[in-house]
Design a protein around this ligand. Structure first.
Ligand SMILES: [Zn+2]
Length: 132
């Protein structure tokens, strides 16, 4: 960084001419500058994280007890509603035995995501024979 290089150069000169109190002032300023650079870097990361979450929030669609993201004409998901609503994390839910249900691997929330799959063959058979 140019400012740090300039401060180092000034510090070196001050040390060479035995201006120790001024040299120590330059060292203090350099330390504060490095702390400020770290703080700016941390804030930039936080800002990027918040922008990413805002972009995700804008693209979330709630459907069948889960969130979905429409991206480039493709539907991505399902994602856990609890994890997003509580922690703004897009956690992909996983199949949970019954093909109609999915479970979040993080919070263990189980929801019916695919209601059309909740139709076991024996139930269909029962319905079709019950009218005879
Ligand atoms: Zn969850």
């Amino acid at each position: 960084m140019a400012i740090l290089d300039e401060l180092k150069s000034i510090g070196k000169t001050l040390r060479e001419v035995d201006k120790i109190p001024q040299y120590e002032q330059i060292l203090d300023v350099m330390e504060k500058l490095i702390e400020m650079q770290k703080r700016i870097s941390d804030l930039e990361l936080d800002n990027k994280d918040l922008k990413d979450k805002l972009q995700t929030k804008d693209s979330l669609v709630h459907e069948n007890n889960a969130y979905w993201i429409n991206k480039d004409g493709q539907k991505d998901g399902p994602f856990c509603t609890c994890c997003w609503d509580d922690h703004q994390k897009t956690i992909r839910v996983q199949p949970a035995g019954n093909p109609a249900f999915c479970t979040c691997p993080k919070c263990k929330n189980t929801v019916k995501v695919y209601p059309d799959r909740d139709n076991p063959p024996h139930a269909t058979q029962f319905r079709s024979t019950s009218f005879q």
